[in-house]
Every structure is written in structure tokens, then in C-alpha cells.
Design a protein around this ligand. Sequence first.
Ligand code: IDC
Length: 472
Amino acid sequence: IRWTAAGAALAVAAALLVVVGPAEAGSAHTATGHRWITDDQGRALVLTGLNTASSAKSRPDGLPWIKEADVQRESDALGSDFVRFLIQWRNVEPKPGQYDDGYLAQVAERVRWYGARGYRVMLDLHQDVYGPKVKGNGAPEWATENEGLPVAEQGQWELKYIEPGTVRAFDNFWGTRTASRDLRAHYAAAWAHVAARFADDPAVLGYDLMNEPFGGSVQGPAFEAGPLAALYRQAIAAVREVDHDSWIFVEPEAVSTNWGLPSALPYLKDPRGDGQDARIAYAPHLYPLPMDLGGGYTGDAEKWVDRTLTSWREQAEKTAERLGAPVLIGEYGLDTTLPGALRYVAKVRAMADGMGAGTAYWSNDPGSWAPWDQNLKPTALLPVLDRPEPRAIAGDPVAYAWDEPSRTLSVSWRPAEGVRGDTEVYLPARFYPRGGVVAGDGSAGAWDANSRTLHLTSGSGGTVSVRITPRA
Ligand code: IDC
């Protein structure tokens, strides 16, 4: 039984409120099964957090709006252990071959704010619509060869992707037309510069090579298996020259995969090794089409979204298996004032748990999409995001699920050789005001009331299944 089947079995068991029975383990430590991002004790990590932040795209300094106090507030409010942190190529390499280390120092300072609170950081070299010269963000002006073609403003920002100037800029970037210089070599070298700066930073988990790649006039499998895979191989090689150990996250073509359609991204070899030695992770985004168009989660849109979720999961699992990669949902989110939006967010989280995938909600920018409003007061989304979750699992994870009606967090895993430390679960005060009580095969260890983390200890036998309910 693979992780997915075991997870489905657990979800059914949790729904029926029966004791989670022993199940065969997912193969966290084999090349053929589900892969996990692990910590230095070999524990499987369930990464949960936010994107920070869209504001970095338009600010001249390329930095998100946050101050250190905002990171503290987020940590207190959500218990996040992960952040997808946006950076901009235009700030990394303002002139060809010249890097702004002052910018990276400011990024490093923010990384420290997160690291000091136990977060792991993924640096995301973000772009939407290529770069500012063509009314997008990301690429520096010198690397934008739109050849004078126009880009009209659009109400729906995604429509700028199919404006002539944007398509031309991408075509010249990918080298599918004649470009005046090799922009991909610049891109890979910029990544090498960033990776060299952060290789030894313990808070940096890895690098998301490109946000939502877009192929210009070359789309679909021709793009993903062609120029996109070639750029990834080039960037992976460049990063590995300077950073042997960080995870490298790859995204599929966003058009189509965001909506649950297949990706044709091929296997990407990691120079550090194959199988369990490889550290390539898959970080697709999830935006069902009705929601891209501003819809909520009711009526016909709900049916469409549900169908998308089923397909999205199948496709993501298929691609991840081909890549031998763990999955992290790098973006999902919507205007949470839309009808049904909160139910949708809870559903995505449950789906991610079933897949053993991490999640980064879009985004932390104050407003109607975020868990806080413009005055930084919690929105109705906050309690939906702030829910129990395993953080680190000491072995091969079998399944985990949060069942809100019964206030039960179920976690099962199989102890594995070479894995040290306890399984740790996050138990927020809104559900576990006095901490948790453990039933099943494991027993409660230390309780850190500050981080609201409960340690679970287990013998070294077969599958361990525990259920954690609130302490009376
Ligand atoms: C959106 C921001 C919005 C901004 C737009 C263009 O929320 O304020 O105008 O980008 O920069 C993505 C992108 C992500 C988007 C997000 C929501 O990766 O940058 O942020 N989204 O639209 N893909 C699908 C949705």
C-alpha cells in the first residue's frame, strides 16, 4: 500500500471515528514510494505556512512588507513552521553579472527572523508576467527583450501573459527565438549566487527555482520537457556547485497544472545522487479555474472545484512519483470573503494531509485573502489555518488527519532505522486549550506550552497509531 492508499484508509477511519488500525507504511525512505523532506534527525517534516509576500513584487527594494514583530505575530497566531519567501531577480542582479549583496543581506536578516522562531524558509525567485518592463514583476529590465512589443493593462492580471510583449519577452528568455544574450545562463548564475549566500544558513530549506513558469509561444509538454527542463537542469547544476544539500523545488507550467491538468515535467537528476540522496522537490500551485476567475465555493463552481481537486491530486502525485520528489503546495488561496471560501481552504488542507504534502497559503499580505486584515486584526480565515498538524514524524509516516468535529488529530507512522527524536504535533489553543491527551500506541512526552508542541514517544515496534484529543 502506498502512502496515498493508506492515507485514504485513515481518512475513512477518522470520519467513522474508529480507532486507526495498523496499516502498512508509506515508503518514506525508498526511491519508489512517497518521498519526504526530512530534518537533521531524519524525521519527516510536515511544512505549513504562508507566502511572504506579494508586496515584495512591487516595492523597489524587493522586500516583503513585514517587520520582525509581524513574524512573531504570525508564529503566535498560526504556529507556522514554514514560509515561502518571495525574492525578485531584478533585485538580485540589477545589472548583468552584478549582484546586489546588500539585497541578499536584507533577505538574510528576514530569514533570521523566521529561523529564530523555528521556521524553515524556501526562497522563491518570483515572477508574474515576466517583469516590470512588460507590466509584470520579477525580471530586471536589462533581461526583458520584448522588442518594443506592447502589453496592454488588463483587469484580470493573468491576461497580461498573452499580450505580445510578454510572449516575446518569454520567447527570448527561453531562447525559442533568437535572443541577443543567453538570459538563461544569467538566471542560473543568479541562482548560484543566491545559493552560495544561503548554503550554510540553517533556516534556509531550499530554493523554488521559478514561480509559475510560462512558455510564451511554446506551451504544454513541448515547453515543460523542452526549455523548462533544460533551464532547471542548468540551474540545478549551478546551485549544486555551491550548495550540496539544500532542497531544490521545481514548479510545473502553471497554466493547466494549477487547474488540475497533467504536467509533462520530466525526471530531473540531482548531481548529489539518485533515489534517497536526491533533493529535488515538486512545488505545484493549486488554483481551480472558477476561483482564478474570482468565484467562491458554492453551486456549480463548487462542483467544478471538487472535480479539480480530485484531478489535481492525481496529477500532482503522478508527477511527484516521476520526479521521485516530495510535494509541497507552494500556493493556494482565494478571497476568503467569498461564499464557501473557508470550507474550501479546510478541504485543501485535508487533501494535503492525505497526500503527505506541505502547504504555503497565498498569502500573508494583509487583506481579504489573508488571515489578517489591513489593521492586522484576524480574519475568519485565521482559525481555519490555525489547526492541529503534525510537525515532524519520527519514522516513515503512514497517515495523519485532523477531524474537527471529534477534535481528534490522528497520526500513524512506522519507526525507521536511523531516525532520531520524537514525533512532534502542533496543538493550537483554540482546540487544545490545556494541551492534548494521547491514546493508542504512543505516549505523550514533553509539552511545550509556548510553541504548543507535544512530543510523542513510541517503541521501536511496528506501526504506531496515536489519537490526540483535548485535555479536559
Ligand atoms: C497576485 C497578487 C495580486 C497581484 C498579482 C500579479 O495577489 O495582488 O496583482 O499576483 O502580481 C498566482 C501567482 C501569485 C498571485 C496569485 C493570486 O503566483 O503571484 O498573486 N496567483 O492571484 N498564481 C495564481 C494565483
